[in-house]
Design a protein around this ligand. Structure first.
Ligand SMILES: Cc1ncc(COP(=O)(O)O)c(C=O)c1O
Length: 468
């Protein structure tokens, strides 16, 4: 142990000592410790992370889709560096050009894809933006209650965890906001109603429609006035396991919401910014949102800012006046500068074509692998949001043990794919914690996909050997 642990800033503190300091001084409440052993990284480049020993890890998670445009993206890094040298700090009550240009570009983008005029409102972090979106909806509808999906994830502040399905996130802290009424998501591989997509006739949508038929289902009064003001939607369910809904489902939901004055809040925090091949994932499904929530990759994971867009009618200064929400750092100049460059990059590059092409190749390679390994029970995706659901040999029973083993093997940095030691970063999600939710850099090459597949298969074979 370092003889002087109160001054651990010498730059050469050994890894074991750092781990010891972490166990003593870092709260574990602000993170998740999924791995058997904690790995310490000290460099990131493109799609790779490097640990303190120099081992390279191919990252199929990219900070939960916050670093869509690659680690150390030179164009985005330069924007940040330029801003540091000009206007690094500024209280949000004053104006700076990057904030205005960023809001303009985002609002115009929404207008071009959804045909609606609106405004952009900034905050820091996804959960805060989710709460801002909820404030907009509550203010407009004067209704506190919301629908959300089973398996949905919207963050862990007290408000956001009320609309996140897991009770675990509320259990120790009581109720602050009324918890959502959770509706089954169209998770067709494990249909909550035990049906098959080919023959179900969208039974789940019909069940939702039925809730509004009579006051006795607890949603509307005799005249059809709903007790609920908002429905939080992830167009492709993220933490729930990268589940893609069937076409027609979300338009059906929206139709019912419109009939009852309920706003659709589209949470694009994880799936936005071309993760699925479109600027917003909801674009794939032909639905217009009332409010959009954005975060994560808006700044490529640097100087986090988040944002909401809302229809003019919901957010004009006359109805949502100054101070309706506030954070010291909400439109901080470093965040807005890098976000502005990120949006310019998305305007200039044909990311849709690239992501759909690379996603199709990645999915085809995963499907090939699944033919040889029945444990890969479901393989699916949209763009570069890909899912691999790990099962027992029957291809259906969830296999969390194997999933955990593979995740840990990837993180041990001891895979080789025929070369020197490498690691593979895999993120685990899903209702049974048995789904690899893959979110590689949007710039992943075919060669990198091939390497990822070799590493994945090696982890799978070692995982099967370990877990039996
Ligand atoms: C869909 C979705 N909404 C909200 C959040 C919360 O964002 P943050 O972790 O930045 O608060 C996340 C984070 O993973 C998310 O995936």
């Amino acid at each position: 142990m370092n003889p002087n642990p109160t001054a651990p800033d010498a730059g050469d503190v050994p890894e074991e000592d750092l781990l010891e300091l972490e166990s003593r001084y870092c709260s574990w409440g602000d993170t998740v410790h999924y791995a058997r052993e904690l790995t310490m990284f000290n460099r990131a480049d493109g799609i790779y992370l490097y640990d303190v020993k120099g081992t390279q890890y191919l990252d199929l998670q990219m900070w939960y889709s916050a670093a869509n445009f690659g680690y150390g993206n030179p164009r985005l890094n330069d924007a940040l560096k330029r801003q540091i040298d000009t206007l690094p700090q500024l209280a949000c009550q004053y104006l700076h050009r990057e904030k205005i240009l960023l809001a303009t570009k985002l609002a115009r983008k929404v207008e071009s894809v959804f045909g609606e005029k609106g405004r952009i409102h900034f905050n820091v972090g996804g959960a805060s933006a989710v709460e801002d979106g909820w404030k907009v909806a509550r203010n407009h509808t004067k209704k506190n209650l919301a629908f959300a999906f089973m398996g949905g994830y919207h963050g862990r502040t007290l408000g956001a965890s009320a609309i996140t399905s897991s009770y675990r996130y509320r259990e120790k802290f009581g109720h602050f906001a009324d918890r959502a009424n959770f509706i089954p998501y169209p998770y067709c591989f494990r249909c909550p109603y035990g049906m098959k997509r080919e023959s179900c006739g969208m039974f789940c949508l019909k069940q939702f429609e039925r809730l509004f038929e009579t006051e006795y289902y607890g949603v509307v009064n005799k005249t059809g006035n709903a007790e609920f003001g908002a429905f939080f939607v992830e167009a492709v369910q993220g933490t729930g396991g990268y589940i893609v809904p069937p076409q027609g489902y979300l338009p059906g939901i929206k139709k019912v919401l419109e009939q009852h004055g309920i706003l659709m809040i589209d949470d694009e925090i994880q799936m936005g910014f071309y993760r699925t091949g479109k600027f917003f994932a909801l674009e794939h499904f032909g639905v217009k949102p009332d409010v959009i929530v954005m975060g994560k990759a808006l700044t490529n994971g640097m100087n986090a800012i988040s944002a909401i867009w809302a229809r003019e009618e919901l957010i004009s200064p006359t109805v949502f006046p100054p101070g309706s929400t506030h954070s010291t750092f909400s439109s901080n100049p470093l965040g807005t500068a890098v976000a502005l460059e990120t949006v310019k990059l998305m305007e200039e590059e044909d990311l849709e074509a690239r992501v759909m092409r690379q996603g199709a190749y990645f999915l085809s390679r995963l499907k090939e692998l699944a033919k040889r390994h029945p444990q890969m029970g479901d393989v699916d995706g949209l763009g570069l949001a890909l899912r691999v659901e790990m099962c027992q040999r029957d291809g259906y029973t969830p296999n969390r043990e194997l999933t955990d083993a593979m995740m840990n093997i990837g993180l041990s940095g001891t895979l080789t794919a025929g070369g020197k030691s490498k690691g593979l970063i895999l993120d685990v999600g899903g209702y049974y914690k048995n789904v690899f939710t893959m979110a590689p850099s949007l710039y992943i090459t075919e060669e990198e996909i091939d390497t990822a597949m070799a590493l994945f298969e090696e982890a799978l074979l070692r995982g099967i050997a370990e877990t039996g």
